[in-house]
Design a protein around this ligand. Structure first.
Ligand code: KG4
Ligand code: ZN
Length: 412
């Protein structure tokens, strides 16, 4: 029993099935509360049923990635249609797999902010119908807070800790102080790193590359970079003169676009064909973005240390979001955490990307603390744009922290 609770989310599939069965019996005996988590903030329709200890009874995820790869990006109305087509099936699947009836749920937790309006709307409308029909309490979830706290499903990490969230839609550095208390140190001033990588991958026509056809832009760039020489192209790391923790990626993308234009001209090839040096460009862009992310994170750590925002004993940096799956970025961040004596924690890639499990887990954390729980009668709205934590980025800027030299020597 103790062992099962100590490793939630990490159990192997076959073991998991047995554990689930065994847990279902225990659930009824110990009346552990159950949460249904629902995620539809972007292009993944996810659901999970989890018990109060963090044990996943069932999970289901319908990804729209293949459709959006073909259209070259997410078209909100297409995402909305696909969520509508799949949400009932995905939710029924987790209820069926877990053997849980709607009336046995202690709460439904659903992402209500931030995200694409049309996508959030589908999850919320479905959830509100569900909770009104079954008279279930409702827990509205902040998508970025859920990403930030997923790590606590894997291991019992106490607050406070530093968290870097890097995805297709977001880029944040924050101190997590409690389940509903975050200090925002910095964020992207233009686009998110995943968005940049996706756009560069599209400009490089990597969807046509035989090795990359089914990969997201970020995955394609990571794969090609392994065979590239990053020194063949040089892109300037952004915001070198800004001594804060904000990010910028649009300028890097423009530099890359100019290099691609020049190389196409020099090689006499048309836009739409794959460049022979796509690997080298991928390696150079990956390194530039890794270096930018590492530097801002390094400054965030030094700021937290100067202000006593992290514990003296075993301070941690948690990295999550789809872009956090990138091994090269993780290695760059490990160099930073080793130099500053922090532990680096990355949830497994499956939990870094959008999923229903992280939403259910955030619901469980709130249910346990009795915070943010609403009645099925309460009015709830979705918020496409929502702040993440209390913004103290001005204080970070005022601290004017210069970084000590740190070599990012990363092997693939
Ligand atoms: O967190 P996520 O699933 O969705 C949101 O954006 O909320 O992140 C998706 C993003 C995409 O931009 C994708 O290109 C990027 O994560 N990504 C990666 C990798 N895998 C996914 N970026 C870099 N390296 C990867 N291995
Ligand atoms: Zn996300």
């Amino acid at each position: 029993m103790f062992l099962l609770n100590a490793i939630p989310g990490l159990i192997q599939t076959s073991l998991k099935r047995n554990v689930v069965l065994c847990r279902m019996v225990l659930t009824r005996t110990f009346s552990s509360r159950l949460v249904l988590g629902i995620e539809t903030s972007c292009d993944d329709t996810g659901a999970a049923v989890m018990d109060e200890t963090g044990l996943i009874l069932a999970e289901s995820l319908h990804s729209q990635k293949d459709v959006h790869l073909k259209t070259g990006g997410i078209i909100p109305m297409v995402a909305q249609r696909l969520h509508k087509e799949n949400i009932a099936r995905v939710v029924h699947e987790v209820l069926d797999k877990s053997g849980i009836g709607p009336r046995e749920l202690s709460a439904v937790a659903t992402t209500v902010k931030p995200g694409l309006a049309l996508s959030l709307g589908v999850g919320l409308e479905y959830s509100l119908n569900f909770i009104q029909q079954h008279k279930t309490p409702f827990i509205p979830i902040h998508h970025m807070e859920a990403h930030a706290l997923t790590v606590r499903l894997i291991q019992p990490l106490p607050f406070p800790f530093l968290v870097l969230l890097i995805s297709g839609g977001h880029c944040f550095l924050a101190v997590a102080r409690d389940i509903d208390d975050f200090l925002l140190l910095g964020q992207t001033l233009d686009e998110a790193p995943g968005d940049t990588l996706d756009k560069i991958a599209r400009r490089l026509c990597l969807a046509k590359h035989p090795k990359c056809a089914m990969l997201s832009g970020g995955q394609a760039i990571e794969l090609l970079a392994q065979e590239g020489d990053r020194l063949k192209f040089h892109f300037k790391s952004p915001m070198g003169q800004h001594y804060d923790c904000n990010f910028s990626f649009a300028g890097v993308r423009n530099q890359v676009a100019q290099s691609i234009n020049k190389t196409e001209e020099a090689e006499g090839i048309q836009q739409g064909e794959i460049l022979s040096c796509a690997n080298d460009i991928a390696a150079a862009i990956q390194h530039t973005i890794a270096s930018h992310i590492a530097k801002r994170t390094h400054r965030a750590i030094l700021f937290c240390k100067a202000k006593g925002l992290l514990p003296q004993s075993n301070p941690c940096l948690v990295v999550s979001g789809g872009v956090a799956s990138n091994t090269y970025f993780r290695k760059a961040l490990k160099i930073v955490t080793d130099a500053t004596n922090l532990s680096l924690l990355c949830p497994p890639p499956k939990l870094c990307t959008d999923n229903g499990v992280m939403i259910a887990w955030n619901g469980v954390e709130k249910l346990r603390e009795g915070r943010g729980i609403m009645s099925y009668n309460d009015e709830v709205r979705y918020e496409p744009k929502a702040p993440f934590g209390t913004d103290i980025s001005v204080q970070v800027k005022e601290a004017n922290i210069r970084l000590p030299p740190l070599k990012l020597k990363i092997n693939h």
